[in-house]
Design a protein around this ligand. Structure first.
Ligand code: GRF
Length: 233
């Protein structure tokens, strides 16, 4: 498999970006990160990417008169980097078709809820307030509907007595670090596609809640080891 090019968009901490960088460095993903792009100059993840020797750029949304002008600037910069796959990883701007159309079918997002539940913000608190027994995260293709594109992969965690939005977020993000590289791997292997009928893995239509995540499929060796340890004797 030839080395593909991944661009990652962030707005903050960038821990998902970090795991994608690591997966590329370790050879677990047959890809290089060609650009990390942020709308915020102070995004912690930008510094980490720079330290890792990755090309970075900041395009501040406040410098543009409207969403479309900002999105057009993002597209121009991304097209210079020639990505095969664009991954939103905590990118906190609503994107318009100006951005989404040029990258349709090669644009993924990770959202910290069991979509279609809780699109938008404050997902963990909303799951707690609703008395849900489970929370989780979903990787999905991006379409113009906010957090509404076809799901690809979904990981679940139980909600435990005494959980807060923060404690839940910590457990969910740990699983995100397993599912986002896996979805990227499927895409880069040509196994994951999007067409008018929806998202497909190995030619099979993916169900509306995404493929259920199995830890033994993790691309990270340490995650796979953990799943072996959890397997009953
Ligand atoms: C993640 O929980 C992701 O699901 C959401 O934003 C958060 C980003 O976290 N879209 P990080 O910046 O990758 O640490």
């Amino acid at each position: 498999m030839s080395v593909s090019r991944i661009a990652i968009l962030i707005s903050g901490r960038g821990s998902n970006m970090g795991t994608l960088l690591q997966a590329c460095e370790r050879g677990e993903l047959p890809a290089q990160v060609c650009l990390v792009l942020s709308n915020r100059a102070d995004a912690e993840g930008l510094d980490n990417a720079r330290r890792a020797g990755i090309a970075t750029a900041c395009i501040a949304h406040g410098d543009y008169p409207d969403r479309e002008a900002f999105d057009a600037a993002l597209v121009r910069r991304l097209q210079q980097a020639q990505p095969d796959l664009v991954m939103l990883a905590g990118f906190m701007r609503i994107l318009t078709p100006v951005f989404i159309t040029p990258f349709a079918g090669r644009l993924l997002n990770i959202h910290p809820s069991l979509l279609p539940n809780y699109p938008g913000l404050h997902t963990h608190q909303r799951a707690l307030d609703a008395g849900d027994s489970e929370a989780g995260s979903t990787v999905h293709f991006v379409t113009p509907e906010l957090d509404g594109g076809p799901p690809v992969l979904q990981a679940r965690v139980p909600i435990l007595p005494g959980d807060t939005a923060d404690s839940l977020a910590r457990r969910v993000v740990a699983l995100e670090h397993e599912i986002y590289p896996l979805a990227a791997l499927w895409y880069l292997q040509g196994r994951l596609t999007l067409n008018q009928q929806g998202a497909f893995l190995d030619g099979q239509k993916i169900p509306p809640s995404g493929v259920p995540y199995r830890p033994q499929d993790a691309v990270r060796h340490d995650a796979a080891d953990r799943s072996n340890q959890q397997r009953p004797c």
